[in-house]
Design a protein around this ligand. Structure first.
Ligand SMILES: *[C@@H]1O[C@H](CO)[C@@H](O)[C@H](O)[C@H]1NC(C)=O
Length: 736
């Protein structure tokens, strides 16, 4: 017998520079230990409590820093071989793929954006009869349904157009946008086909936008499709029957082919039943309904979960993902393949590079320890793992097995629709394991991360795939407040994981690797870092006013570990920013955003969690808006930070900024008047820290005092923060 080793469908390589990185981590950790020793051996009599506070802050910073280093210890990068996949498996042997797109608020997620995402996904380079796209509309908006219906017609032209001319990206809006920036004459061999399709698109867009503006579907369209009648019994967004419509299906004799006569992917609209007395569990609930509904209609073995604001930027992503799942050696262990969440709406890095760093550094780092986190979108799942199946080494899937029986029994699509509706009803999940051990898990503000974690705790692995050309592109929040609010929600969710029965730190032992336990902890403990951050940005500055030193003086050997840690961390952050293609300015901005998130979002997240423990807060899942007003965007382009509204987040930030400004002026005055050059030697680190905080807060002083545009800080925030900062300084001077 001839035994040949099959060529792998994917390849993994380790990150460059990892030995230097490891050396850096070890040496920095030694320096941190020296700092702890210094704190414990040099407690002064005149500032004992402040000193011990600093020790606690540094202790926690140090431990937390170590968690973060786990995500930088062993970076893994993956490469796929889609040509081998095609050689090994012909079309008939590829599995079905179900794509779930979730939308919830038509006001902030415009239907045009949603259908562009849907169209981009329908155009995957994959056998259409194995592809099914489901749109879950938690707002049950008739306009969204109308838009999807329009999209199903437009797809009959768009998909053949993409196929014929190999169009990329396959989102019409994104594609037409790329044309704007190119020379209109020299690039298309398909110029004469372009104009008609563009016109079709523009006409469709106009109809949908008119309907959105009017808040009603044109009666002509309404009478043409029976699907609209499902809104007849509709009373409100929170109280209605399941609305489910199969818009395209290969079994539908009248409506299944594109203009070239090829079968189109299945397309289904679902608005699950809502009743006031049933909790709907937000996005997790929507995904679980889709899991059940799709099992009746297409039952693809692979499921892609996708946010409605992220379109597909590469028609190869399905095949890329299959290279992992279908790999003969490792494929059977892999539960999900996470792609990065990338964005195409940043004109600059005013708000830092924290997401790119998670995507380019930390997730490859998590991959090195057995699996990236599931981040809710751009992720391909093995259906049975997502539905709660435990991993056992034996269960190699037979990709071959055909699924068409499902449909052969049901000769009537209408029958299938009616049967599926039951699966999306409110009461269906009662007394079942859905949301507990099956499907997306409930009760957590980061339902995606906890779901991924629970899958990993069942023994499965996951994989992170970050191709050169990004698989998905979307819209990121781009005002400061949106970012702070989103970060607060994430931080609350992460703490919920820590306190849940899936807590990686408490229960992960033996189920996931230590590195991954630490990696998860890095996110789980996000909110707690507000304590050391706030302490560090308040106490040393206030002690400056008294001239009491809290750090070693420059000529002391104890100065060295502080300098090493500060310089080392700055340099290592800077290198990471360069690695993700950022600039020095982006590094500085990132530092600022880290500080702002740490001192406001995380603070409010912590307060939220504490209130929750006493049962007096229920933070809802807030969808971040995707609509950006033009003047805000213009300011962003000029790299001017957006404030504009009164928010407690801004009051906290402005107060901290002013407090440091006051302390800084205070010490300057002292130094100038008393020629206290000698004293300054003892205070050098403290002065530098305070000076750094003043420098980095420059945009806040501008927004408080210098700007006149609509994005400045409102007067009431100015007054409140001045009062708070002044009274803190005065009280401190008097009392301590
Ligand atoms: C998105 O796709 C286009 C067209 O294929 C490509 O030129 C571009 O580089 C991709 N964008 C990213 C961020 O990878």
């Amino acid at each position: 017998m001839l035994v040949t080793r099959m060529e792998r469908l994917f390849e993994s390589s380790k990150g460059r520079g990892r030995h230097i990185q490891k050396l850096y981590v070890v040496s920095s950790f030694v320096a941190i230990c020296f700092i702890w020793v210094y704190r414990l051996t040099h407690i002064p009599s005149n500032a004992k409590w402040a000193w011990l506070g600093l020790f606690s802050a540094e202790l926690w910073f140090g431990v937390y820093w170590l968690f973060g280093q786990a995500l930088r210890w062993n970076l893994i990068f993956r490469k796929t071989f889609t040509n081998r996949l095609s050689q090994r498996y012909d079309e008939s042997r590829l599995p079905g793929v179900d794509i779930f797109v979730c939308t919830a608020e038509p006001e902030i997620e415009p239907p045009m954006m949603v259908i562009n995402t849907v169209l981009s996904l329908m155009a995957y380079d994959y056998p259409s009869h194995k592809l099914a796209v489901y749109l879950s509309d938690d707002a049950s908006s008739v306009i969204t349904f109308y838009a999807l219906l329009e999209a199903s017609t437009f797809a009959k032209h768009w998909l053949p157009f993409c196929r014929k001319f190999n169009i990329q990206p396959t989102s019409p809006a994104a594609y037409f946008n790329t044309l704007l920036s190119k020379n209109p004459y020299h690039h298309h061999n398909h110029a004469k086909h372009l104009a008609p399709i563009k016109k079709l698109y523009e006409d469709m867009k106009r109809r949908i936008e008119d309907a959105s503006k009017l808040g009603a579907v044109p009666s002509e369209a309404r009478s043409k499709h029976k699907g609209f009648s499902q809104w007849d019994s509709y009373s409100s967004r929170r109280d209605h029957d399941t609305i489910l419509q199969i818009l395209l299906h290969k079994m539908d004799p009248h409506n299944s082919k594109d203009v070239d006569g090829f079968v189109l992917p299945t397309l289904v609209y679902v608005a699950r039943e809502k009743r006031p007395q049933y909790h709907h569990n937000y996005k997790a609930g929507a995904l679980n309904s889709l899991l059940r509904v799709s099992s009746k209609i297409s039952n693809g073995k692979i499921v892609l979960t996708q946010d409605c604001d992220m379109y597909s930027n590469s028609s190869q992503s399905v095949r890329d993902a299959l290279c992992f799942f279908m790999d003969e050696e490792k494929g059977h262990e892999i539960a999900f393949v996470q792609f990065p969440q990338s964005f195409d709406n940043f004109p600059n890095d005013l708000y830092g590079n924290s997401l790119p760093i998670i995507m380019e550094v930390e997730l490859p780092g998590a991959d090195g320890f057995g699996g990236p986190l599931y981040i809710g979108t751009c992720c391909f799942h093995r259906r049975d793992a997502l539905c709660g199946k435990k991993f056992n080494g034996e269960c190699k899937i037979d990709w071959n097995e055909e699924n068409d029986e499902l449909m052969k029994e049901a000769n009537d699509l209408h029958e299938v629709e009616e049967e599926s509706k039951v699966l999306a009803s409110c009461s269906y999940e009662q007394n079942t394991l859905w949301g507990k051990e099956m499907g997306s898990r409930y009760g957590c503000l980061v339902e995606d991360v906890i779901t991924g974690l629970s899958i990993q705790l069942q023994g499965w692995k996951s994989v992170y795939y970050n191709p050169q050309r990004k698989g998905f592109l979307g819209i990121a929040p781009i005002t400061l407040l949106q970012i702070l609010v989103q970060q607060k929600r994430w931080a609350v969710g992460e703490i919920q994981i820590l306190l849940s029965k899936y807590s990686p730190l408490l229960y992960g032992h033996g189920k996931i690797s230590l590195g991954l336990q630490m990696g998860y902890s890095h996110y789980n403990f996000w909110a707690t870092t507000c304590l050391p951050i706030l302490y560090y940005s308040i106490i040393p500055s206030l002690y400056l006013l008294k001239g009491i030193p809290l750090f070693p003086k420059m000529c002391s050997p104890w100065f060295i570990p502080f300098a090493y840690v500060i310089l080392g961390e700055s340099a290592s952050n800077l290198i990471e920013v360069f690695m993700v293609g950022g600039r020095i300015q982006g590094w500085w901005n990132g530092l600022r955003i880290w500080l702002y998130i740490g001192s406001s979002s995380y603070l409010f997240a912590l307060i939220d969690i504490i209130l929750k423990c006493f049962g007096c807060s229920d933070s809802p899942f807030i969808v971040t808006t995707k609509i950006i007003e033009d003047d805000i965007f213009q300011r962003l382009k000029k790299e001017v930070m957006e404030f504009g509204t009164s928010s407690p987040f801004f009051t906290v930030l402005a107060t901290l900024a002013l407090l440091n400004l006051l302390c800084f002026f205070g010490i300057l005055k002292e130094l100038l008047l008393s020629k206290g050059v000698l004293a300054s030697e003892k205070l050098v680190l403290q002065i530098l820290l305070c000076g750094f905080l003043v420098l980095i807060n420059f945009p806040i002083y501008q927004a408080l005092f210098l700007r006149t545009d609509k994005g400045r800080l409102p007067t009431d925030v100015t007054i409140k923060s001045i009062a708070l900062a002044l009274s803190a300084c005065i009280l401190f001077k008097l009392l301590i």
